[in-house]
Design a protein around this ligand. Structure first.
Ligand code: DLZ
Length: 160
């Protein structure tokens, strides 16, 4: 599993029969696409390694991380979706845009989870630069998409 190289190498879920039937939405931000596609690949391969069927992984794109919240809400409202993974990458710039987006997404995703009673996972990188992002999207610090997938599985195994 790709996450064996990362900072949370002990971060694992159990493999259970129920896990195979989980239906998971992944909402992917198109900003910083090379990073978010790598996060997506990591999340999908980890879900598959835990036995989740390919047909039970539903992908939706949103323009930028700011839109992850609404995308997550649309998906969490669907009866057949058990959990939503939000993947994005907001790179620190010279303006306060970064702060506004990060704060809005963190609060928004939290609220969607609370109002839908479903796990909504924060898989959003907030690095200073592109290299730091790539280091966490399949690079030397592992792939945060893997960790987001494991977080979704762990929450469902504990609470579904
Ligand atoms: C506008 C913007 C900027 C400057 N930077 C990022 C970024 O680093 N990562 C990201 O995911 N999105 C960025 N966006 C786009 C916003 O998230 C949003 O899509 C637009 O403000 C439109 O609502």
């Amino acid at each position: 599993m790709a996450s064996s190289q990362n900072n949370l190498s002990g971060f694992r879920a159990k493999t259970t029969e129920d896990t195979k039937n989980y239906r998971i939405a992944i909402v992917v931000s198109e900003w910083n696409e090379s990073v978010t596609e790598a996060l997506y690949s990591g999340a999908v391969s980890t879900l598959r390694e835990y036995g989740i069927q390919r047909d039970n992984i539903v992908r939706k794109n949103v323009p930028g991380s700011f839109e992850l919240t609404l995308g997550a809400q649309f998906m969490a409202q669907k009866e057949d979706i058990d959990a939503v993974i939000c993947l994005g990458c907001v790179i620190q710039g010279e303006t306060r845009h970064f702060d506004f987006i990060c704060q809005a997404v963190a609060i928004g995703i939290t609220n969607v989870g609370l109002s839908s009673n479903k796990p909504v996972i924060f898989g959003v990188l907030t690095p200073d630069n592109q290299q730091q992002a790539l280091d966490r999207a399949g690079g030397k610090h592992g792939n945060k998409g893997d960790e987001a997938a494991i977080a979704a599985i762990k929450m469902l195994q504990e609470f579904k």
